[in-house]
Design a protein. Structure first.
Length: 355
């Protein structure tokens, strides 16, 4: 297999730290792809200042891969067309990321499709390999990385992921074509396993760390991890976020990340830590933490519906509904934290994106 190395400009952007929304799926009332609104979402994210797009991930709904639905390739094509058009018109670099999942044959197939579609990297989920040993997991990751640059993904077990220990992350980070890791175990101990593994891999400067810890977004981005090693103290930061949470109110997320970059080396970060608790509260409401995240996708859709970007909250699964308690929580945080939204920005540009 030909190894596709990451573009140096893309690598530099990942290390700079950017907002990467996990892209939702726009459906009409018949639960069919709404191409106009799908394109509008991508345009919204790019105009809001996101410099990366992740498609074919959990927020896009894994069912798009079902042959009866057949939306995986079309969605990759739509997102790529919009991103490439934006790059051509703006001259700004944007990182194109495709979700990759399944056992090795499926993951290899998806990696090949993403590479052929012009994607820069694959976000590699290991959820399908629940009983695999570290040795088997590393072999799986090496095979995928031989096709496309890989972004590792530590997904919390409650959302379908599996536990991955320090030894796995040290070996994983040592794979040459691993370029970044999304850390989303919602657990400080497990987050530290990833950071320590990267630091001890010998590739600490080669791998960009991104938060997916919805319960700790701001604190993750403010923290400098200082890890003692045989060579002395080494520092590593989580530089950006790849988040379903940032698929809504994206302009505010971009502004927040830039503010964090300006102040995170200063002593006085108390106001941002306080803001971080508000971000966590909004995430709990949107992602339906009270019901063990059962409504996480429809919660995202509800914000986008309120703003006019989506027509409804429909998903590919008719049983996924926005329940009353969840809707009330979203209404609560929307009223409590207007400074975390970007409603006026969306209203100003909505007609343009929906053309």
């Amino acid at each position: 297999m030909d190894r596709a190395q990451i573009d140096p400009a893309v690598s530099a952007l990942l290390h700079q730290g950017i907002v990467i929304p996990a892209h939702p799926l726009a459906l009409d009332k018949n639960r069919k792809l709404d191409e106009r609104r799908q394109r509008a979402l991508t345009r919204y994210y790019l105009d809001a200042g996101a410099r990366g797009i992740a498609i074919g991930v959990h927020t896009t709904q894994f069912a798009i891969r079902d042959p009866k639905i057949g939306l995986f390739r079309p969605l990759l094509e739509l997102a790529r067309e919009e991103v490439d058009s934006y790059i051509a018109n703006s001259g700004q670099q944007v990182v194109k990321i495709s979700g990759i999942l399944g056992e090795t044959p499926q993951a290899v197939k998806e990696a090949s499709l993403a590479r052929d579609q012009g994607y820069d990297a694959g976000l590699l989920s290991l959820s399908a390999l629940q009983r695999a040993t570290n040795l088997d997991l590393i072999d799986h990751c090496r095979r995928v990385s031989g096709i496309i640059p890989v972004i590792g993904f530590y997904l919390q077990p409650a959302a379908g992921g599996r536990l991955l220990d320090y030894d796995f992350w040290r070996q994983f980070a040592g794979i040459e074509n691993v370029v970044a890791i999304k850390i989303a175990p919602f657990n400080r101990y497990h987050t530290l396993d990833v950071v320590r593994g990267v630091v001890d891999s010998g590739r600490v400067d080669d791998i960009a760390l991104y938060t997916g810890n919805d319960d700790n977004i701001v604190a993750d981005l403010l923290t400098e991890f200082r890890i003692p090693t045989k060579e002395g103290l080494k520092s590593k930061r989580i530089v950006g976020g790849l988040l379903g949470h940032w698929a809504v109110w994206t302009k505010a997320a971009v502004d927040l990340l830039e503010r964090i970059k300006r102040v995170r080396d200063l002593e006085d970060v108390q106001s941002l830590l306080a803001l971080g608790t508000q971000v966590t509260d909004t995430n709990a409401a949107i992602f339906d933490a009270a019901h063990f995240f059962e409504g996480c996708i429809v919660g995202i859709h509800e914000i986008l519906r309120y703003q006019g970007l989506l027509e409804g909250v429909w998903t590919l699964n008719p049983d996924e509904q926005l329940i009353r308690e969840h809707a009330e929580e979203i209404a609560r945080i929307h009223a409590m934290y207007p400074h975390l939204t970007d409603d006026s920005f969306v209203a100003e540009h909505l007609d343009q994106w929906l053309k």
